[in-house]
Design a protein around this ligand. Sequence first.
Ligand code: MTE
Ligand code: MO
Length: 245
Amino acid sequence: MSATRRSGLLDEQTQAAQRREDRRRFIKLAAAGTTIAALGGYYFLAPDEQTKAARRERLPDGRARLPPGQKVIEQLKPMGGSRGDIRKSAFRLRVHGAVDAPFEIDFTELLSLPQVELDLDVHCVTGWSRLGARWQGVRLAELAARAQVRPTARHVILEAAHGYTANVPLDDALADDSLVAHRYEGESLASQNGAPARALIPHLYFWKSAKWLEGVRFVERDEPGFWEVRGYHNRADPWLEQRYG
Ligand SMILES: Nc1nc2c(c(=O)[nH]1)N[C@H]1C(S)=C(S)[C@@H](COP(=O)(O)O)O[C@H]1N2
Ligand SMILES: [Mo]
């Protein structure tokens, strides 16, 4: 089950089949009065029960689904930030830097690129995690391929409105679950969550997921971002509790 959520490799059909299977198992377990530990987004458990269950659940590589020091909450907590222009009509995304074919796209063009829908877990450094929410967007890897990233590129700078940036190693940016996301739980991204599109690097602490995204810049030399220059960790792996630098 974890594989379904965590891996961008499964196609839509496989994911839908997996969800049907989850429901069947839930009904069976519920009928038998079993404690339910590892199903979907745990929607039928109270948050503290979800936290316990997610600590027990294992990802395919053996790590606990819930990173240390995190608690499950049921919705994204609005964490603020300097809001950009939230109109889809105003959206422009620049893909540039150490690339041979830089380009800029508007919102319609973003939608015309291959879309993925993934159930993902996000982890905020302040201690909350939102598990198994459905996100839709375009893989950063897709944008990288289109821009013909040079082999010398090593990092990606996610550029947001009003100068907010987050730096991520190239490998993290090109991971299957790293997106430019524009839908959350079946709806257009809400203003406070970064409308019309945000970066989403779910396997790193959530501050790396720049809201109100304006640019994706590939660089050879690293450039610590907004929080990274303020003492937060440069890589931000939640399972290693890389909170502060
Ligand atoms: N542009 C921008 N993006 C941002 C931030 C910000 O202040 N500005 N805050 C980050 C932090 S610290 C977190 S925890 C998440 C919060 O996302 P949410 O408000 O959608 O929950 O966005 C990240 N992306
Ligand atoms: Mo955060």
